[in-house]
Design a protein around this ligand. Sequence first.
Ligand code: HMG
Ligand code: MG
Length: 298
Amino acid sequence: NKVPEVRIYEVGPRDGLQNESKFVPTDIKIELIHKLAAAGINNIESASFVSPKWVKQMSDGAEVMNNLKRSPGVNYPVLIPNLKGYEAAKKCNIEEIAIFPAGSEGFSQKNLNCSVEEGLKRFKVVADQAVQDGIRVRGYVSCVLGCPYDGSISPKAIAKITEELFAMGCYEVSLGDTIGVGTAGSVRRLMQEVLAVTTPDKLALHFHDTYGQGLSNLVAGLEFGIKTVDSSISGLGGCPYARGASGNLATEDLVYFLYGLGVNTNVDLVQLVEAGRYISNFLAKPTESKVNRALGDR
Ligand code: HMG
Ligand code: MG
């Protein structure tokens, strides 16, 4: 059996923190990013350039990006909703952006204040500019396995949006189970449709662990040849516009799981656990990562 190779895409400093009501000071955000890089994580989504009227927690994106010490070989993408955010991010010398159309009408309205189609049009303007500027573009599709407003979602509709994101120049599309309602069965049905329009090496999976299905959903994805997985330190995360969403699949749990499969992630689990403790302690709440709990208590 060939051992799978997996690329970890950490979303803690962005998805992980965006849902926290207490403002996390910029220097704490930066220190978290430094600790993740020191642990060996080399893709760290570090900030958003969304409207501060919508997500106040992420309003210091420029300060974060201008003041963090970038390690060679580490990718620090940022989340971009529109041209205004793109222009602000570009001034911070970013190398990669992520755009995020919704997979459902209800969530598009709540999260982006426009329809899915209008969102795609707006993101195309951003992607065109980024491609012209030589900045990498990653695409997310959210609510791929269910929407808090519209309920179940057709895998064909998700495949169509995925195709549009690639046509815009995205190098990768991350399929997001924003509210964590998916199961291994629904992941399989989604994979079958999406893999009709692309190949597994160009996809990532982004699981929120609301129903505790994150790792089993991942096994279903790996069986289709998925090579990139999004996760969040300490299992933080959630979207303020996705009612009932809990944190992402925890990075500590993901790394432990991959060790078990014999995948060399080059991540130091001890340092990763320390990074998780750092941010959980700051937020004054217990870690959502079972691996962190198990190792941290020793
Ligand atoms: P809108 O209110 O329709 O936009 O929001 P607007 O253009 O009317 O702007 C409203 C105000 O915000 C204006 O200020 C703009 O200048 C300002 P005013 O004139 O009233 O003083 N503004 C900005 N300021 C700074 N940077 C910007 C920016 N844009 C506008 N970029 C908009 C539309 C898209 C802006 C808004 O809906 C928004 O910011 N949405 C983002 C919400 C968000 O961040 N959600 C969480 C991330 S998505 C997620 O977590 C899912 C994911 O993890 C995948 C998964 O889990 O599946 C990715
Ligand atoms: Mg998310």
